[in-house]
Design a binder for this molecule. Structure first.
Ligand code: PLP
Length: 444
């Protein structure tokens, strides 16, 4: 595979951008390939290499790189009308109405410009609403580049995970292991009166994928309600991806007080949103006192892209297609792992998938479902990853340094480390899936 143009571009980029990139996860070693354009489910890089893409912009691209005609037309029309105004437009009302109609926990919504902005605002809202300061998060969960959640360590010894964040932020954050009922019960027993919110992805998508064990999300719901704290689901990845238009909360049957969105709700343009019960969301300014504002918030081009993307999904069997291919991929991967790497775990649901290079003894007959569902009757239940730390203990170097590049040689673009989820789009076909499975067979 030729890389001369990408290498040259990276050389230039290193002189003018820190690490040569605008988002750290893109700094693939030894250097990233630069994308020239997308084509359906494929990307074509600066050296003309064509790859089946499962990164899909890290999640936003439900349709891959060719947008359905109504989505494309709406984007073009709003862009050519003049990109934005600093005054409200009908299209943002329509997108808000659409989300409120399809996600039962959302009665009201505020649009912002990124998932990070959404989670920052949700944390401020929870603190403003409850008058409390502590936020409980999951170890291995990710909520963007925000001060309150960039923490490491255990309850009692929590520190910022990045220089530049005062220790005082970490003092107000309580990380617990995902899926660990006793840990969360202990935290609420000891400090329930201080907790403004539990902020969690309903399914870990940035360290895994890790599915919730039966009853865990329900326990979070009960504990937060009992103690007057808010349950905030971060559905930046899972929103309109898992569980279709009802999102992961609909699939898992647990209703949060507040939900953060991003990625798909903006149809491929920068977006975030905070939705939830009316009396909570109305605490944002100007109806309430919790300050929230943004020059680009509710940007008409983004709103049009999001609205038409979701409308198209509602009318065209999009989720049947992407989830069906996801299932086919996961079951094919399960068969391959059984044969070649029986210790590995195939994780994911709907259109999300990942092979986790789990370590430890494995027997040939102990196979999991097509996508780990944390089923207590599964022979692998005790060994499958249940927390971010379990995924950390997997063969992360083998994944990143050997497997990822082998897959690229085979013509498949995966997220560049063990941790981030991968996504099937509406543009993927059965042939793409078969080609992908053959690539895994060669690379595993
Ligand atoms: N929350 C979750 C669950 C995410 O996966 C991400 C990003 O991947 C974010 C928040 C931050 O979103 P953004 O990168 O748009 O700021």
């Amino acid at each position: 595979m030729h890389d001369e143009n990408s290498r040259e571009l990276y050389d230039r980029a290193l002189s003018v951008m820190p690490g040569g990139v605008n988002s750290s996860v893109r700094a693939i070693r030894p250097y990233p390939f630069f994308i020239e354009r997308g084509d359906g489910a494929h990307v074509i890089d600066a050296d003309g290499n064509r790859l089946i893409d499962y990164v899909m912009g890290y999640g936003p691209l439900l349709y891959g790189h060719d947008l359905p005609e109504p989505v494309r037309a709406a984007i073009q029309s709003h862009a050519s009308d003049g990109p934005m105004y600093g005054a409200p437009t009908e299209v943002e009302v329509e997108l808000a109405e659409f989300v409120c109609r399809h996600v039962p926990s959302v009665e009201m919504i505020r649009f912002v410009n990124s998932g990070t902005e959404a989670t920052v605002s949700a944390v401020r809202l929870a603190r403003g609403h409850t008058g409390r300061e502590k936020i409980v998060v999951m170890q291995g969960g990710y909520h963007g580049a925000q001060e309150s959640t960039l923490v490491e360590g255990e309850s009692g010894s929590v520190h910022p995970s990045s220089p530049g964040i005062p220790e005082s932020f970490a003092e107000h954050t309580i990380p617990v292991p995902f899926n660990d009922r006793e840990a969360i019960e202990r935290v609420f027993e000891e400090r329930g009166e201080e907790i403004a919110a539990v902020l969690t992805e309903p399914m870990l998508g940035n360290t895994g994928i890790v599915h919730p064990v039966e009853g865990y999300l329900e326990r979070l719901r009960d504990l937060t309600a009992e103690h007057g704290s808010l349950l905030v689901f971060d559905e930046v990845i899972t929103g309109f991806r898992v569980g279709g238009l009802g999102c992961a909360q609909g699939k898992f049957g647990v209703t949060p007080d507040v939900t953060t969105f991003g990625k798909i709700v903006g149809g491929g343009f920068p977006v975030g949103a905070i939705g939830g019960r009316m009396e909570v969301i109305e605490e944002f300014t100007p109806s309430g006192d919790v300050f929230q504002s943004g020059t680009f918030s509710g940007h008409p081009v983004t709103m049009a892209a999001g609205l038409e993307s979701l409308r198209y999904a509602a009318e065209n069997g999009v989720y049947e297609h992407v989830n069906g291919l996801g299932e086919r991929l996961r079951s094919g991967l399960r068969e391959l792992c059984e044969e070649r790497a029986p210790g590995y775990t195939v994780a994911g649901t709907d259109s999300m998938f990942k092979v986790i290079f789990t370590r430890g003894a494995a027997s040939q007959d102990a196979s999991c479902e097509a996508g780990c569902r944390q089923d207590p009757d599964c022979a692998r239940f005790e060994r499958c990853p249940k927390t971010g730390a379990d995924v950390d203990r997997a063969g992360t170097d083998r994944w990143e340094r050997l497997f990822w590049s082998a897959m690229r040689e085979e013509g498949v673009f995966l997220t560049a480390n063990q941790f981030e989820s991968q996504f099937v789009s509406y543009a993927h076909t059965e042939e793409d899936v078969e080609e992908t499975l053959a690539a895994y067979e060669a690379a595993l």
